[in-house]
Design a protein around this ligand. Structure first.
Ligand code: AHM
Ligand code: MG
Length: 282
């Protein structure tokens, strides 16, 4: 597993460099979900594939930017599912973006994720690595080396609210939940990049990030294997919570296909209890 984490740190250096030095803008292709791909999406995907191909412990990789699973070593047991460059809609405007990785053993579902990692490409480059039953570990890049900074732990309540999804398509109970948080004094923090938005909730020790099902997208937008389940592991190991719109832990999520999506709520204890109250029976 350590070799996979080392590869992810290497990947982070290379993608950070690509973001800073390569041309922005769109390619002519689109991915499976129908998003038009950025040149940087394709380049980041290529960087990750090349690095992970070197590792004999990986059975297969699944990328947000590839339609099918790519088998690397038949006799190995780890699958790495990744979103190479999360935040396609904001990277050309110089907001922070990220890469997300989920490492699964034997099967691709929430119960079988054994580790996750994400990289934040912001004013600083940071990597957060989580293994099952251990607090997430934060590393920061200094002089081309990742230095361990601290373990991440969440409190029972925070002060920030990061509500995703097109507001005109929110269900009434979701609208009521978000309004209730603002009435309690929560402040809006939403950049449009789940990596920096979730990173902020985690490091501030609490709050809520939601990407709900909406009238136009009842299963939400965020992809289970590359985005939601990896962050669910991070939040839960940090002492927080990650649930779907039925109140079920996202570590019980079983995607129906590789690019399946799910409504998702990540946060600290009190905010997640409030989500359950407003969603009860809906
Ligand atoms: P992407 O993988 O195409 O970049 O999409 C995922 C991103 C998340 O980072 C973010 O939370 C969400 O899309 C934002 O969506 P919206 O623009 O609907 O707020
Ligand atoms: Mg993404």
């Amino acid at each position: 597993m350590e070799t996979i984490f080392d590869a992810i740190k290497n990947i982070a250096l290379k993608i950070d460099n690509a973001i800073k030095t390569s041309e922005g803008g769109y390619a002519t292709s689109s991915n499976v979900t129908g998003d038009t791909q950025l040149k940087l999406d394709i380049l980041s995907d290529k960087i990750i594939e090349e690095e992970l191909k070197k590792l004999p412990s990986i059975k297969a990789i699944v990328s947000e930017e590839k339609e099918n699973l790519l088998t690397l070593n038949n006799n190995a047991s780890y699958y790495v599912c990744y979103d190479p460059l999360d935040g396609s809609s904001i990277v050309d405007y110089n907001l922070s973006v990220g890469s997300i990785f989920g490492i699964y053993e034997n099967k691709l579902d929430g119960a079988n994720i054994i580790a996750s990692a994400y990289v934040v490409y912001g004013p600083k480059v940071e990597v957060v690595i989580t293994t099952k039953a251990n607090k997430p570990k934060l590393y920061r890049l200094y002089d081309n080396e990742f230095k361990f900074i601290k373990e991440i732990s969440m409190q029972e309540e925070g002060k920030i609210n990061a509500p995703g999804g097109t507001q005109k398509n929110w269900y009434p109970h979701h609208k009521a939940l978000i309004e209730a948080l603002f009435q309690k004094g929560y402040r809006l923090r939403y950049s449009g990049g789940m990596v920096p938005d979730l990173h902020q909730v985690l490091l501030k020790g609490g709050g809520l990030f939601s990407y709900p099902g909406t009238t136009d997208k009842p299963k939400g937008k965020l992809r289970a294997l590359f985005e939601v389940i990896p962050f669910a592991l991070t939040f839960i190991e940090a002492g927080g919570y990650a649930i779907d719109d039925k109140g079920v832990s996202l570590l019980e999520c079983v995607p129906k296909f590789l690019h399946d999506t799910t409504p998702c709520f990540f946060g600290s204890k009190n905010e997640i209890e409030l989500v359950k109250e407003f969603y009860n029976g809906k």
